[in-house]
Design a protein around this ligand. Structure first.
Ligand SMILES: Nc1ncnc2c1ncn2[C@@H]1O[C@H](COP(=O)(O)OP(=O)(O)OP(=O)(O)O)[C@@H](O)[C@H]1O
Ligand SMILES: [Mg+2]
Length: 439
């Protein structure tokens, strides 16, 4: 599938070249009215990236070499098989495709990329410059707050990479997933025989991260006993392995993060205030996706490009209606939810463009509800109006709980004070699924 135009003379060829700017040009060295070499030279002077394949006569190797030096992409020697030229064209087309991709990527990267983060809105640009700042002081503890999926871990990694510790390790641990005993031996390690399962000596992550950065994810989920231990480590930068007697000193940066409101956790006695102030030397708050305006589309395009490539698709983009739905949705799962949504869309969509009909129900349903308070009710029946408000309220209510409890229906229902099956029924009625809130 290539579009081909032909010209019989050098003059005609140059006219076509100017008019059509072809990606690939096949140029004979001997032309009725001029010399192919001169034409090549002209083209290369104006446009050194243009791909020109030369045709040379048998025995003109020296000319072919000269053409290559001038910047020709390759050459074939007369007489040649069609397949020869076809292969060269295919190879060149591959090069052009990669070049275009790179161009796009470079453009994105230049304008809106910082490390592996995409963002151009003021709030995110402010985060990028804060990263630059804190990266300069490698001993400072940093606390990163923000809702689930906003990119806290990416920010932590960027701080590490930008700092003088970047040659050292970056070690991340999620404080939620482990019980207390496990977390303690995970963080500080254990001596051989410290407890029944301790068959070998094991270095803790604090030791592994020495000389680099340790990232304590979901620090708000640590229990009070571990918090006390952590505080001691942060203050002295030394600790003992479980069952050990020797103090081990380390030199590293601690970055902590949480999607809980640590101040609230503190005031309710679930988080030690001394640890709070120790961790909160510098804090970065990552804004939720819904507050980033057009960055939603920028990120959507970025993920579209990635998944197009991954799944071998060529979806061009979003129709204006679909784009506006994306911008208006509340994105409770933030960038992670957007990324997963685009991945699913690319996988399932066969058309060249995303239309509203392709979007999942939660995104389709939202616009109407948030638009409602601004419209007036004249002409709407009471029951209908009430139903719409209640539906909107229910959806928002459920979303808040499911978001907080990461899609755990039992916990959400308990916190909301209704039984699980009613809660489940409401979720279904609202067109939500608990799955979309699971990380
Ligand atoms: N600005 C961004 N540009 C590109 N990708 C991003 C951006 N922000 C987040 N992501 C992607 O979104 C996903 C979620 O990011 P990340 O894991 O850093 O979030 P988080 O805040 O740590 O979430 P959680 O609180 O659930 O742990 C990742 O796949 C990440 O690569
Ligand atoms: Mg995280």
């Amino acid at each position: 599938g290539y579009m081909v135009s032909t010209a019989a003379t050098g003059k005609e060829g140059m006219e076509l070249y100017r008019k059509e700017a072809p990606d690939i040009m096949i140029l004979d060295m001997r032309l009725p009215d001029s010399n192919g070499m001169d034409i090549l030279e002209n083209i290369m002077a104006a446009d050194p990236d243009r791909i020109v394949i030369m045709i040379t006569a048998f025995g003109e190797i020296r000319l072919a070499v000269k053409a290559m030096k001038l910047g020709a992409y390759d050459y074939v020697t007369k007489p040649f098989e069609f397949e020869e030229i076809n292969l060269l064209v295919e190879k060149a087309a591959g090069l052009i495709r990669i070049r275009n991709e790179l161009d796009l990527f470079r453009r994105l990267r230049h304008e809106y990329m910082y490390e592996d983060m995409v963002g151009k809105c003021k709030k995110i640009q402010a985060v990028f410059s804060q990263i630059e700042e804190v990266a300069k002081s490698p001993a400072t503890t940093v606390y990163i707050s923000g809702e689930t999926g906003v990119g806290k871990e990416l920010v932590a990694r960027a701080i590490h990479r930008k700092s003088s510790l970047s040659a050292g390790p970056f070690v991340a641990i999620n404080c939620t997933v482990l019980d207390e005993k496990l977390l303690q031996s995970e963080l500080f390690g254990h001596e051989k025989g410290a407890f029944t399962d301790a068959k070998e000596l094991k270095k803790g992550l604090f030791e592994v991260a020495d000389g680099g950065t340790i990232f304590l994810d979901e620090i708000g989920d640590m229990n009070l006993i571990l918090q006390a231990k952590l505080l001691r480590v942060l203050e002295e930068m030394s600790f003992r392995r479980v069952g050990g007697i020797k103090d081990i000193s380390v030199d590293l940066r601690v970055i902590a993060s949480s999607n809980k409101d640590l101040k609230k956790e503190m005031s309710e006695g679930r988080f030690r205030s001394d640890l709070y102030y120790r961790v909160n030397v510098v804090s970065l708050n990552i804004p939720p996706l819904r507050e980033r305006g057009d960055d939603i589309l920028l990120l959507a395009d970025y993920f579209l490009g990635r998944y197009n490539k991954e799944f071998g698709k060529e979806i061009k983009g979003f129709s204006p209606e679909a784009a506006s739905l994306l911008v208006n949705y509340i994105w409770p799962g933030n960038v992670r939810e957007l990324k997963n949504t685009i991945e699913r869309l690319v996988l399932l969509t066969r058309t060249a463009e995303f239309l509203p009909a392709h979007l999942p129900p939660e995104i389709l349903g939202w616009e109407k509800e948030i638009a409602l308070p601004e419209s007036d009710y004249l002409g709407v029946e009471f029951n209908q109006a009430k139903k719409e408000v209640v539906d909107g309220f229910e959806k928002k209510y459920l979303t808040d709980f499911l978001k907080h409890y990461k899609g755990n229906v039992s916990q959400s229902a308990r916190a909301a004070g209704i039984n699980r099956s009613s809660f489940q029924r409401l979720i279904k009625k609202s067109g939500l699924t608990s799955r979309q809130f699971v990380n």
